[in-house]
Design a protein around this ligand. Structure first.
Ligand SMILES: NC(=O)c1ccc[n+]([C@@H]2O[C@H](COP(=O)([O-])OP(=O)(O)OC[C@H]3O[C@@H](n4cnc5c(N)ncnc54)[C@H](OP(=O)(O)O)[C@@H]3O)[C@@H](O)[C@H]2O)c1
Length: 343
């Protein structure tokens, strides 16, 4: 077996903790998949005082420069200081694996120019959509992408369709840990817009600026709209959709009316689903848990195994190839979409 692959972990929260557990409790299976042991060498957290951890705790700025490491896994989230740490690691010659959708959507192309960057967990957790677009469908032509990319709002909409009002449904989601104390990233659709930007860049090979994607969240929805829709045979879902229209791209995230016999209507709770329309492969539908520490850690681990095997970081290379492109012009979806917007 080859020499161990040594990693430094930034963040030991929900996903970082789940990843550390897999690396330790499932080490043999991981080593067998990677062709070498993957060793958790060191960890950085925001508040190390009095903390026990499954590897030595070191300051983040020192961790990303440790010369004996092969890779850094960034599971802090947000733009700063994750961006600084990732730049520093890539410039030190380390591979970087991240689940950070916000950072990849906003800075992915420039970051990926600095070195090997992997980000399967950044979109739809365990669903292997990043690898599918960057690798499996590399020679295809993607016409459109449509899906449910935010499990929190999907759960809130389910509760509203069952009779709860928005405030109660949100409070419930917050109580069971599905929604953050500040729910804006989910309910105002920043999160699915960032994920759609990543998928659009990978699928259409065009540079997309997430702030150009029109967003309508679920905050303004009235529970009676959902009940009325259900009586007419529709389910309201927060849909992220993008399509190539000749020279341009149409994309938006907004609540839409889905006929209740359509596959997307049956995507319940925290599940995610993505339908990819490819010119040659046809229509592929991927569905699975869109959030949750174990599901996200599973996607991070898949990237780690590819890195330890020496498999090229295809999705990162694809983003890097877009860095010098002008930003694509994005317009909202036209009227010919299969699912009408909630008025
Ligand atoms: N949770 C999910 O289901 C899920 C799914 C897919 C993707 N993701 C993504 O995964 C990433 C991590 O999410 P999470 O839910 O695991 O977050 P989390 O539970 O809030 O954990 C964040 C971790 O980062 C540490 N941290 C924060 N600032 C730091 C700093 N300046 N230096 C070093 N460490 C720092 C925190 O330290 P302390 O422990 O000391 O506070 C904590 O351990 C995010 O990008 C998120 O979007 C999450």
């Amino acid at each position: 077996m080859r020499a161990p692959y040594r990693i430094g972990l930034l963040g030991l929260g929900h996903v970082g903790g789940a990843l550390a557990r897999r690396l330790i409790e499932d080490g043999e299976r991981v080593a067998s998949a990677a062709g070498r042991p993957i060793v958790l060498d060191s960890i950085a957290v925001a508040r190390p005082e009095g903390r026990t951890a499954p590897a030595s705790l070191v300051p983040a700025d020192a961790l990303v420069k440790r010369p004996h490491l092969d890779a850094i896994v960034e599971l802090i989230g947000g733009i700063d200081p994750a961006l600084t740490y990732i730049c520093s690691a890539l410039q030190s010659g380390l591979e970087v694996i991240t689940a950070n959708k916000q950072l990849i959507a906003a800075r992915g192309p420039a970051l990926a120019q600095l070195g090997p960057l992997r980000f399967e967990a950044s979109v739809a957790s365990a669903i292997p959509i990043v690898e599918t677009l960057a690798e499996t469908l590399a020679a295809d032509r993607i016409n459109s992408l449509i899906g449910i990319l935010n499990g929190t709002t999907n759960s809130i909409l389910d509760a509203m369709a069952a009779g709860a009002d928005y405030a109660d449904a949100l409070a419930d989601a917050q109580r069971c840990g599905l929604a953050e104390a500040d729910p804006s990233a989910d309910v105002d659709a920043h999160d699915p817009a960032a994920k759609l930007a990543i998928l659009g860049m990978l699928g259409f090979r065009r540079r997309i600026e997430p702030s150009q994607i029109e967003r309508v969240g679920i905050r303004g929805l009235d529970q009676r709209q959902l009940v009325a829709a259900r009586e007419r045979g529709f389910v309201v879902k927060l849909i992220a959709a993008a399509s190539m229209t000749g020279p341009g791209i149409e994309a938006d995230v907004r609540p839409r009316l889905i006929p209740d016999d359509a596959p997307l209507a049956r995507v319940a709770g925290a599940m995610n689903a993505i339908s990819v329309d490819a010119a040659y492969a046809g229509t592929l539908v991927l569905q699975g848990p869109g959030a949750g520490p174990d599901a996200a850690a599973s996607a991070v681990l898949a990237d780690l195994i590819r890195a330890a095997r020496g498999t090229p970081a295809s999705a990162g290379a694809l983003l890097a190839s877009l860095a010098d492109q002008p930003v694509a012009t994005i317009t909202p979806l036209g009227l010919q979409t299969p699912f009408p917007a909630v008025p």
